[in-house]
Design a protein around this ligand. Structure first.
Ligand SMILES: Cc1ncc(COP(=O)(O)O)c(C=O)c1O
Length: 463
């Protein structure tokens, strides 16, 4: 409560006054949080997962009218939340697509959170938008996109795909068919459905089957399309998620050009590997795309929540995504300024390109390329080692960092039991998959500090 003379002690302030300002929480909390960040950068324990019946009760009583106070609240986070959460950033997280943020990226992420930059417009965030645009320019040059290319950072690949495909739809005109491989990411199919491109009258989805190598090629697209001229959008992958296969981007670009179709390349997972000179030919044609996404939170070592979205002709995206209204029209003044929110479906946005910008500024591009290369090396080592285990065979030789393999006699149940055992033994977090309907093992190597010994430990569990 406030004293009659207007003063107040820390303990008798009105509740609203305790939220902000230097004295809101003790300095010790800041030290604890900074210590947590430092420890996490040094080593992320693999963690575990609990069923809801055990997990939810652990959080009973956390949200109260008067609060627990900083010490008790922080302890609930450290004791109950963190250990029961599997660490994507662990060196032993080899499932789905891992996230292994650089130390510089993590610290910049903390700074971005503290500053809450309002990064949707140049007016509010010229410095931040210019820095993010530097990264987008570097990526566009890496892919060989023209000087006109530009876009924005978004929160992840799903929203990046949705935003790009929304722009593509406007350019399709009367050509209302969409061609996509059977290996495309789930977010591509979801986006097409949400945009009315799968079921609306007049629209048709052509799902092109891939062969044993999982690669969507210009020849397969040609065969699927035949002499039709109604294809207005083609979606390719620069690193399919399940198998890490890069599609025949040059061949698909040729077909797209012939048909006058929009070519979108989903490089959320794999396009970062275009940084490796020895891989450049694999990505041949990526620069001819009309739109491309790549997720820094995947193979560019940014913390979770970042997608770089690039358009060959960003002005087409601005026609679709610019939001208008009395209170925001000021963002579009007389002088044309670059507003990230004009290029994707998001107005208020976190400056999700800043952690990568900072890590590139600190370490340079070579260190990032070397870290990507280590993932490729580990994948090849694992391929070689697992193929030597009796009963184990590779589904295909890996291109990027994903390894798919069979184990004679193992079906869905055996793979599920294997994943549980490998996690409870603290070896790794793995998630089995399927290949053309067949249950298979799947490992993804992305963290450059994953110890080689993990490969032997996993091989032993398969023997
Ligand atoms: C190729 C590809 N596209 C899109 C996505 C979706 O990205 P996000 O999970 O960031 O939404 C993923 C995620 O793994 C992916 O691998």
């Amino acid at each position: 409560m406030t004293a009659p003379d207007g003063s107040g002690t820390r303990d008798d302030r009105p509740p609203w006054s305790t939220l902000h300002g230097a004295g809101a929480v003790p300095d010790a909390l800041g030290r604890d949080v900074a210590g947590f960040v430092r420890d996490r950068i040094a080593h992320a324990p693999l963690g575990r997962t609990l069923p809801p019946s055990q997990m939810n009760p652990l959080l009973d009583g956390v949200i109260t009218a008067s609060g627990l106070g900083p010490d008790a609240a922080w302890r609930r986070f450290v004791d109950d939340v963190v250990p029961n959460t599997v660490a994507l950033d662990s060196e032993r997280y080899l499932a789905f697509i891992p996230v292994s943020p650089s130390a510089a990226g993590v610290w910049m992420e903390a700074a971005v959170g503290a500053a809450t930059f309002s990064a949707e417009s140049w007016l509010e965030a010229a410095g931040v938008v210019a820095a993010e645009n530097q990264v987008l320019r570097w990526l566009a040059d890496l892919f060989g996109m023209p000087a006109s290319a530009g876009g924005c950072f978004m929160s992840g690949g799903s929203i990046g795909n949705l935003s790009a495909l929304a722009v593509a739809r406007e350019q399709m005109g009367d050509r209302r068919s969409v061609a996509v491989a059977d290996t495309a990411h789930a977010s591509v199919f979801n986006s097409l459905r949400m945009l009315g491109l799968t079921r609306e009258p007049g629209y048709e989805l052509i799902v092109v089957p891939t062969g044993d190598d999982g690669r969507f090629t210009g020849a397969a697209l040609d065969a699927a399309v035949g002499d039709r001229h109604d294809v207005g959008l083609i979606v390719a992958a620069a690193g399919s998620t399940n198998a890490g296969v890069v599609d025949d981007l040059a061949g698909l670009a040729d077909v797209a050009e012939r048909l006058g179709a929009w070519l979108h390349v989903d490089g959320a997972y794999g396009a970062a590997a275009a940084m490796l000179p020895e891989m450049a030919s694999v990505f041949d044609g990526i620069g001819r795309a009309d739109s491309v996404i790549v997720d820094p939170h995947k193979w560019l070592f940014a913390p979770e929540g970042s997608c770089a979205l690039l358009y060959r002709r960003p002005e087409l995206a601005a026609e679709v995504h610019t939001q208008h209204g009395p209170y925001i029209d000021i963002l579009h003044g007389d002088e044309p300024l670059w507003n990230p929110s004009d290029y994707g479906y998001q107005l208020t946005r976190r400056a999700t390109g800043m952690p990568l910008w900072f890590a590139l500024a600190v370490h340079g591009t070579d260190a990032h390329a070397a870290a990507i290369r280590r993932g490729v090396e580990l994948t090849r080592l694992a391929a070689h080692r697992l193929a030597s285990v009796s009963g184990v065979s590779l589904v295909m030789e890996p291109t990027l960092g994903v390894l798919l393999f069979r184990r004679a006699g193992w079906g869905r149940d055996e793979w599920g039991a294997w994943a549980s055992r490998v996690l409870s033994d603290g070896i790794a977090f793995v998630a089995p998959s399927t290949w053309k309907g067949e249950p298979v093992g799947r490992l993804v190597f992305l963290h450059p500090r994953t110890p080689e010994s993990v490969i032997d430990e996993l091989a032993a569990t398969l023997a």
